[in-house]
Ligand binder design. Structure first.
Ligand code: ADP
Ligand code: MG
Length: 300
């Protein structure tokens, strides 16, 4: 699978603020990537650097296996990183014609892309009459005019109503289904879950997770336990090889696992060490709980 973009140990400082810390990831052709993280986690900074509008402090990135200079590579990239901006008194079609002229693209592409984003019937309406969702869809059409290898979107559904959000997500999925690689930044877990195949989770400029979206929820889970002697229970759990960490809360003992462990074998282990459980439940965090846990602001 061809590498579209490769980022290694990217760092970015704005004065004393470290916005990105050793960010590394790879984008392979045909996948849909989400950079997921709360506001201020460094998503837009990452996109800005690879699009050459923000200077990196250190680290490397290369487009298309490093075979091309950045300015040349960027001609194969479609990106929307700001609020869509077109001439308000020109129609959708006239605006796209202008983009074609500037980028030296055939006008025949316009109809195809307007249909893709569902604006064919409104092509003769002035941009100023468009809803925010329609403006965003026109921006997507515009970014796709030259059939880019990869489409980059920063918070593509911000500010839209539920219907507008749904339309944009459907369009992104259609574009992906046609084989275009996609990289989008979002602070919405459900957006990344619904639209993306791969995710990079950022918090304060640090990568917390990088991998498939399915893999984000594939954790071993945890136990909720109770016994007469929760102290002794805790001590026994801490020395169990499958246990990652133990915490007590509201009279219950929570046991987080690093490797798989069945309830029956945990119960047997505790029983053999003279602990009789009065409560045992095995649970898994939902993806949302995990995301909140992952991105919870740390003390530092
Ligand atoms: P996100 O897109 O995830 O919301 P950003 O990449 O915009 O995050 O910002 C990351 C951090 O860098 C934030 O703390 C933000 O305040 C800071 N930052 C972003 N742009 C600038 C800038 N031009 N000057 C100073 N600080 C900035
Ligand atoms: Mg941003």
């Amino acid at each position: 699978m061809q590498t579209i973009l490769s980022i290694k140990n990217l760092n970015k400082r704005y004065g004393s603020l470290q916005a990105l810390r050793n960010v590394s990831f790879e984008i392979k052709r045909g996948n849909v990537y989400g950079i997921l993280g709360p506001n201020g986690s460094g998503k837009s900074t990452t996109l800005g650097i690879v699009l050459n509008v923000v200077n990196k402090t250190s680290g490397e990135y290369s487009w298309f296996d490093g075979k091309m200079q950045t300015h040349e590579a960027l001609q194969k990239v479609g990106a929307i990183i700001e609020r869509p901006n077109f001439y308000p008194y020109m129609t959708a079609e006239q605006n796209l014609k202008l983009v074609c002229k500037i980028k030296n693209i055939k006008y025949t592409k316009i109809q195809e892309k307007l249909e893709l984003v569902g604006l064919d019937e409104r092509k003769n309406s002035k941009f100023s009459t468009f809803s925010l969702g329609m403006k965003q869809r026109l921006a997507i059409a515009s970014a796709l005019l030259n059939d880019p290898e990869i489409l980059i979107l920063d918070e593509p559904t911000n500010g839209l109503d539920p219907q507008g959000i749904h339309q944009i997500r459907d369009i992104i999925k259609q574009i992906a289904a046609q084989g275009t690689t996609i990289l989008l930044a979002s602070h919405l877990l459900d957006e990344v879950e619904k639209v993306c195949t791969h995710a990079l989770v950022l918090r304060k400029g640090t990568v917390l997770y990088s991998g498939t979206v399915d893999g984000m929820s594939a954790n071993e889970g945890f136990f909720e336990l109770q016994a007469d002697d929760n102290e002794k229970l805790t001590q026994l759990l801490k020395i169990h090889p499958a246990v990652e960490s133990v915490k007590q809360e509201e009279g219950k003992v929570f046991v987080y696992l690093k490797t798989a462990l069945e309830a029956a074998s945990l119960n047997k282990y505790l029983f053999e060490n003279n602990i009789n459980l009065s409560h045992l439940v095995k649970r898994k965090h939902s993806l949302e709980e995990q995301f909140l846990e992952l991105t919870k602001n740390s003390e530092s």
